[in-house]
Design a protein around this ligand. Structure first.
Ligand code: HEC
Length: 143
């Protein structure tokens, strides 16, 4: 009868050691690579030329240029279709005087913005080449 508490104590001790050992294993430091992965900073600097496999990381100059009509439909048409904020609508009359200024002036207005039109005509990730092609497309479309 007197032995029982002793046995119970031993069993308890064994249980504690087992728990301590298994939790020690659970928090094992791991390999160098695992440790580096665990303590790496949250943010990472992404340079345009860095290819980390994501779509956004590919700079405008590195991806395939988008088609002018697609850029127009996604960005420019928002204002130029209905003449929002005084934007020249896609009719010949609205463009005559502007076309007379020369394509280089129209390119520059689009790239830098003009009046109520923000730079890039709101296509902020468009390359200059894409914007120029889109201006060409618009000018051809109204002639
Ligand atoms: C937020 C509305 C808005 C969007 C979006 C927009 N434009 Fe415009 N755009 C304007 C307005 C307003 C003007 C007239 C500005 C002025 O003469 O003061 C204008 C004028 C222009 C002109 C004539 C510039 C000149 O020198 O006379 C061109 C070319 C042009 N837009 C191209 C584009 C292209 C290309 C896009 C899309 C990539 C685009 N716009 C998107 C509002 C917009």
């Amino acid at each position: 009868m007197l032995q029982l508490p002793v046995i119970a104590m031993r069993l308890l001790a064994i249980a504690l050691v087992t728990v301590a050992t298994s939790s020690a294993l659970a928090f094992a430091p791991g390999t160098d690579a695992e440790i580096r992965e665990r303590i790496k900073p949250f943010g990472q600097l992404r340079l345009p030329e860095a290819d980390n496999g994501t779509e956004e990381a590919v700079a405008a100059t590195e991806r395939e240029p988008r088609a002018a009509d697609a850029i127009y439909a996604q960005f420019c048409g928002t204002c130029h279709e209905a003449g929002v904020a005084g934007a020249p609508r896609m009719v010949a009359d609205a463009w005559e005087e502007r076309i007379e200024k020369g394509m280089d002036v129209l390119y520059a207005s689009t790239i830098n913005g003009l009046g109520a039109m923000p730079p890039g005509g709101t296509c902020f990730d468009c390359s200059e080449e894409e914007l120029k092609k889109t201006v060409d497309w618009m000018v051809e479309a109204v002639q």
